[in-house]
Design a protein around this ligand. Structure first.
Ligand code: AMP
Ligand code: MG
Length: 355
């Protein structure tokens, strides 16, 4: 046997061994409760000991963030809300300040369909409770009163570390963005700890970095009924997938369902949408956008997605039609081949996104 042939057999054997190792290399997992939901961390490419200590560190981070951004339990955000309502100038807690700034920009880009200043409205509907019970929906007059007061992020002026609010109806609720920002911070922390391949998944909303030992991460998207799988997506390098759905938190009153995503234009739960899934490189933006596009509904999601710089959208409307932009349709593997699909115009310039 020639030296060249022997060398190539050795190389081939080495390559086979390497791919076998890749396949058998484990992914380390750890779970804990955060933001009221099960959070699952998957880490690849490091020893079990390093993965375990990273997961412990993230559990601590999430416990701190949960306390800092809780809109209804005493903490920095409730203190902030009291001071905003008083209309005084105050030094905003650092944990709240960044979220206020990010929220302001995203609210503006979404034409205030993502509007975290409507905490009073959320509370009026009873969605501040950890446990949602069936109850009578609020009176039309109470909703109209809050709607008339028109609380938005623009009512808050921020000057360095100081904030002041000109509208006593403003009450911050970061329920539609906090989890995303928390996941972004968790990913940054993992990277600081030298971890480059991981998924931080909080109740199905996630950001994935790197790969699963050389292969893309495969992500299941929940069906809008809340159970079962709608389809699969592969992601690699660094992307976030967020879903907002009416199945997440809702109650029943006299045969009608009321869910937790409020349309700030009407004061009532948004109509026309069952769920929205978006992909974006940043989890904070993905979280706010999923909520905004849910509110925007079948008619306006395309416009709002463009304004927010979102490139991948899947919206299940109330007729169960899966509306997607062409780039999303290319990536999304539906489980049910009979699912009705409507492909929209591209979200970005046609030369970049083909139909
Ligand atoms: P998500 O599940 O990310 O869509 O967030 C929904 C949560 O955000 C709700 O439980 C409310 O606390 C809050 N919320 C409801 N409607 C809105 C809205 N239009 N804009 C911002 N936050 C909202
Ligand atoms: Mg959201």
């Amino acid at each position: 046997m020639s030296t060249a042939v022997r060398l190539s057999i050795l190389l081939l054997a080495g390559m086979l061994l390497l791919s076998a190792c890749e396949r058998t290399q484990p992914v380390h997992n750890g779970q804990f409760m955060a933001f009221g939901t099960l959070t699952d961390i998957s880490i690849a490419g490091v020893t079990p000991e390093r993965a375990e200590s990273a997961i412990e560190a993230l559990e601590e981070d999430f416990a701190i963030m949960h306390k800092a951004w809780h809109a209804w339990a005493p903490g920095p955000l409730t203190r902030t809300n009291n001071l905003l309502a008083e209309g005084v100038r105050f030094a905003a807690p650092p944990s709240v300040l960044t979220l206020m700034e990010k929220s302001r920009q995203l609210a503006q880009q979404s034409d205030n369909l993502f509007n975290p200043a409507i905490g009073r409205l959320v509370k009026l509907w009873g969605f501040q409770q950890d446990e949602i019970k069936n109850r009578r929906p609020p009176d039309d007059a109470a909703i109209a009163k809050l709607l008339h007061a028109d609380p938005t992020m623009e009512d808050i002026s921020i000057d360095g570390i100081h904030a002041r609010c000109g509208n006593p109806a403003v009450q911050l609720d970061f329920g539609a963005i906090g989890k995303g920002y928390g996941i972004d911070l968790a990913i940054e922390h993992l990277r600081e700890m030298g971890i480059e391949n991981a998924i931080v998944n909080s109740g199905g909303d996630l950001r994935a970095i790197g790969s699963r030992n050389g292969n893309p991460w495969r992500i299941a998207i929940r069906s809008p009924s809340g159970s079962g799988v709608l389809g699969f997506l592969h992601i690699s390098s660094d992307e976030s997938i967020f879903t907002s759905g009416d199945y997440e938190r809702n109650y029943l009153w006299k045969g009608k369902h009321y869910h937790h995503i409020i349309d700030p234009r009407t004061g009532y739960p948004a109509e026309g949408t069952r769920s929205v899934t978006v992909i974006h490189d940043n989890a904070t933006v993905a979280d706010a956008a999923a909520t905004a596009l849910f509110v925007a509904g079948p008619k306006d999601w395309h416009k709002i997605a463009r304004q927010m710089g979102i490139r991948y959208v899947l919206l299940i409307d109330s007729n169960n039609v899966a509306q997607m932009n062409p780039a999303m349709e290319k990536r999304f593997a539906l489980m049910n081949k009979n699912q009705v699909v409507e492909v929209s115009e591209p979200l970005i310039a046609p030369q970049t996104e083909k139909k």
